[in-house]
Design a protein around this ligand. Structure first.
Ligand SMILES: Nc1ncnc2c1ncn2[C@@H]1O[C@H](COP(=O)(O)OP(=O)(O)O)[C@@H](O)[C@H]1O
Ligand SMILES: [Mg+2]
Length: 349
């Protein structure tokens, strides 16, 4: 990709705290206009990575470029970057308008210009009419919007968001996800969004970086990450996945549960990954490219689907998602399921 299309470039960016390496050296290019989600479990280094980008934590090594300029050692206020913190970090003694205008006042921008930009930012997050409210008089979702407006009003080229929706309840979180998508479309900047919630990452981002133990395990479009996980961790962290253990030798795979299939690749331990929604219940004479069978051990009604857990001969479990209108199987029944080769991934175990 041409250098001009890259908003943020990280090279060997790393940070240790004493003996703990929170972020191992990371190389990452973030294209301009991206909505990138950094997704990973608690403690994997997401906040540390984001705070280094924002200028709030000094890296132990490596560099950060924005628009081809090295900003590694610039203070946060000198970066074309703004950050919305985990929790909201509003000033409790300032009303919404004063909170949002704070950064502009520091920059000694003229009063009339501040008033105009603050109104625009409040409108963007749909908080008109709440200008005089103190943070304590606002709901969690409204405080979140004030925090967002406070960052957006600075017109950053890059907006960093650290789990901004984590404190909201489900309905509000979904509404704010839509708001964030709308705001990103409206202002067209580069957003980097940290979350431990895979559903949120899939819903929001056009690219996802999956992090584990201070490293990026996989980077790609949501579809790539979901349909073509490259590691065990990514397969099990994003969505639900069945993992069947096996071995590849001389271009043939044999799984512990008794499947045999041709597959080119190096000899060694593998896992066959297939999503519950890719499995189809087979009628007695029906065939599929890949077939497996087991005893129904658990049945969960999920509304639109019924989830069956099958116990395989290997002792492994296979989760199957079946449309609710299908005749219901019973506990202890033998169920045959099938899937297509295109629906499965083979990964190194
Ligand atoms: N200021 C600090 N001092 C010591 N250890 C820290 C500090 N900040 C983070 N860590 C450690 O670095 C690792 C990554 O933390 P963090 O970046 O907050 O992860 P995440 O945001 O993904 O939950 C954790 O092991 C955490 O305990
Ligand atoms: Mg964090």
């Amino acid at each position: 990709m041409a250098a001009a299309d890259i908003a943020v470039r990280l090279r060997g960016l790393t940070r240790s705290f004493g003996a703990v390496t929170a972020v191992h050296p990371i190389d990452l290019d973030i294209p301009r206009g991206d909505f990138l989600a950094i997704l990973g479990p608690s403690g994997c280094g997401k906040t540390t990575l984001l705070r280094m980008m924002g200028g709030f934590i000094e890296p132990s090594g490596g560099c950060i470029e924005v628009n081809d300029a090295d900003i590694t050692h610039l203070g946060p206020e000198h970066r074309p970057i703004n950050m919305v913190f985990q929790g909201y970090g509003l000033f409790p003694h300032m009303n919404a308008r004063q909170n949002v205008g704070y950064g502009l006042r520091l920059k000694r921008i003229e009063r009339a210009a501040i008033a105009k930009r603050v109104s625009e930012a409040m409108a963007l997050v749909r908080l008109e009419g709440y200008e005089d409210h103190m943070p304590a008089q606002l709901s969690g979702g409204q405080q979140q919007r004030v925090a967002l407006a406070r960052a957006l009003v600075m017109e950053p080229q890059v907006l960093l968001l650290d789990e901004p929706l984590a404190a909201l309840d489900l309905k509000l979180r979904q509404a704010m996800q839509e708001e964030l998508r709308r705001i990103h479309r409206a202002i067209g900047g580069t957003f980097v969004f940290v979350t431990h919630d895979q559903g949120e990452a899939l819903a929001l981002a056009n690219r996802i970086a999956v992090m584990k133990d201070g490293r990026i395990e996989q980077l790609g479009a949501p579809e790539d990450i979901y349909l073509r996980p490259q590691t065990h961790f990514v397969a099990s962290f994003i969505g639900e996945a069945n993992l069947l253990k096996g071995r590849r030798s001389g271009g043939m795979i044999e799984t512990a549960c008794g499947l045999t299939l041709a597959d080119t690749g190096p000899d060694g331990e593998i896992a066959l990954v297939v999503r519950p929604e890719s499995l189809r219940r087979l009628a007695p004479a029906e065939r599929a490219e890949i077939e497996a069978g087991g005893r129904v051990e658990e049945i969960v009604f999920l509304g639109a689907h019924v989830r069956y857990v099958l116990a395989l001969s290997s002792g492994e479990r296979l989760r199957v998602q079946d449309p609710v209108e299908q005749p219901r199987a019973a506990l202890g029944d033998v169920m045959r399921v099938g899937w297509s080769r295109a629906a499965q991934r083979i990964i190194a175990a």
